[in-house]
Design a protein around this ligand. Structure first.
Ligand code: AMP
Length: 400
């Protein structure tokens, strides 16, 4: 993969393998982990280090403590779940740098595992502070990055540290992410359909622009479709609208005609007079316009049908962003229709990739994660990859 070193390229036996993972899992008030997926996605790399006789020194962030030591954001509960999954004791270090941690690591035997406390208890971590990076680097002989979710960040543990350790490589999870996302960028089976939804056009302008060079069809749904609908001259009432992105929407509509890309926007919608669970709702055709005081909060059933037909006619589908305010049940039908359709078409042979964030939550809520070809563990990172941006957590890794 472009010569990026992979964990299997390094000799790990008897060495301290400093490994950056994304163990940023949701934890409730009773210190219970409510979704273990990120832990499970990291196991393959940890098991490989153990099997090869390395000393696994695991590090991660959890939430946003912003330099404060918060019990609620300790990684301790994660060490317990890791132990259960690995079937062996995972030692928990009370900090991620310093003398006490160095002592624990010094006493490690081959094949043992230690998890360091939350990196972001130190403000220096997110600042990519050179002294903090050096302190982390002291803990390892080799460095592995397998935290895809933070690969687009230049933090000490994802970027700075690799400058002070001579050998580095990516782990199994990043390799898998690059394989699937790389396929979309350079080798997607056609027809290739991208589905982009969510709230803000501005956040996705670059990725939409890039996708225009790759896809045969593009669906725009969710709140962001309202700016496109406005660009087509429809009344959108009080729906989400980004004045600054209107020109971009107009350009994309024009470009789709020139490039003969099938740009699919909602034709009908579920509208409501407020964003509350108890709001009055109506189903309308968008050609009627959204009345003043009302807003579009989901795509309608006809649009869902059209979008699902487009999915079933495609060989490759990339999806990022919900079709409506899916957190509220009465505005969730469009998003779940897309999720179901992706699962169905994967079984029929399509390559389906869901790019992180809310679309992944929808897939999980529906219980169809296993039926999707690839569910990315990094929303922001996968979009940055598709934009063609350099990912610091990967560009800093050694080359063979
Ligand atoms: P993003 O982070 O841009 O992918 O946006 C995700 C958020 O968009 C979710 O929390 C949805 O509730 C929200 N969303 C989706 N459709 C709409 C809509 N029509 N109006 C307002 N918010 C929406």
């Amino acid at each position: 993969m472009n010569g990026i070193k992979f964990i299997e390229d390094l000799n790990l036996e008897g060495r301290r393998v400093l490994t950056r993972l994304d163990l940023n899992v949701p934890i409730d008030n009773n210190a219970q982990i409510t979704d273990e997926s990120r832990i499970k996605s990291s196991l393959k790399t940890i098991r490989y280090i153990i099997e090869k006789g390395g000393k696994a020194i695991l590090m991660s962030h959890l939430g946003r403590p912003e330099g404060k030591r918060l019990n609620s954001l300790s990684l301790k509960p994660v060490s317990k779940v890791l132990s259960e999954n690995l079937g062996k004791n995972v030692i928990f270090a009370p900090d991620c740098v310093g003398k006490e941690v160095e002592k624990i690591i010094h006493q490690l035997r081959n094949g043992q595992v230690v998890l360091l406390e939350n990196l972001r208890f130190h403000k220096a971590e997110t600042k990519n502070d050179i002294f903090f990076s050096k302190k982390l680097a002291k803990l390892g002989d080799v460095y592995i990055n397998d935290a895809f979710g933070t690969v687009h960040r230049s933090h000490s543990s994802t970027y700075g540290v690799s400058k002070f350790i001579s050998e580095s490589a990516i782990g199994y999870l990043i390799k898998k992410e690059l394989k699937f996302l790389g396929e979309i960028v350079s080798n997607a089976g056609e027809p290739f359909l991208a589905i982009i939804g969510g709230a803000k056009v501005a956040d996705k302008i670059k990725v939409i622009d890039k996708l225009f060079d790759k896809v045969q069809a593009l669906i725009i749904g969710g709140g962001m479709s309202c700016t496109f609908l406005k660009a087509q001259g429809f009344e959108i009432g009080n729906s989400l609208f980004e004045k600054d992105s209107l020109h971009f929407a107009e350009e994309m509509i024009q470009k789709s005609k020139e490039k003969k890309i099938d740009l699919l926007l909602p034709k009908d919608a579920i509208i409501a007079n407020s964003l509350k669970e108890k709001a009055s709702i109506r189903s309308i055709r968008l050609s009627e316009g959204v009345p003043k005081g009302w807003m579009m909060l989901d795509i309608g059933s006809k649009s869902a049908e059209i979008f699902c037909n487009a999915i079933s006619g495609s060989r490759t589908v990339f999806w990022n962003g919900p079709m409506g305010v899916f957190e509220i049940e009465k505005f969730s039908n469009g998003t779940f229709a897309i999720a179901k359709s992706l699962a169905r078409e994967t079984e029929r042979g399509a390559l389906t990739i869901v790019g992180g964030g809310d679309s992944v939550s929808a897939i999980k809520k529906l219980g169809v994660s296993e039926k999707i070809s690839h569910v990315s563990t990094g929303g922001g990172a996968s979009l940055k990859f598709l934009e063609g941006k350099e990912l610091p957590g990967i560009s800093s890794i050694g080359r063979s």
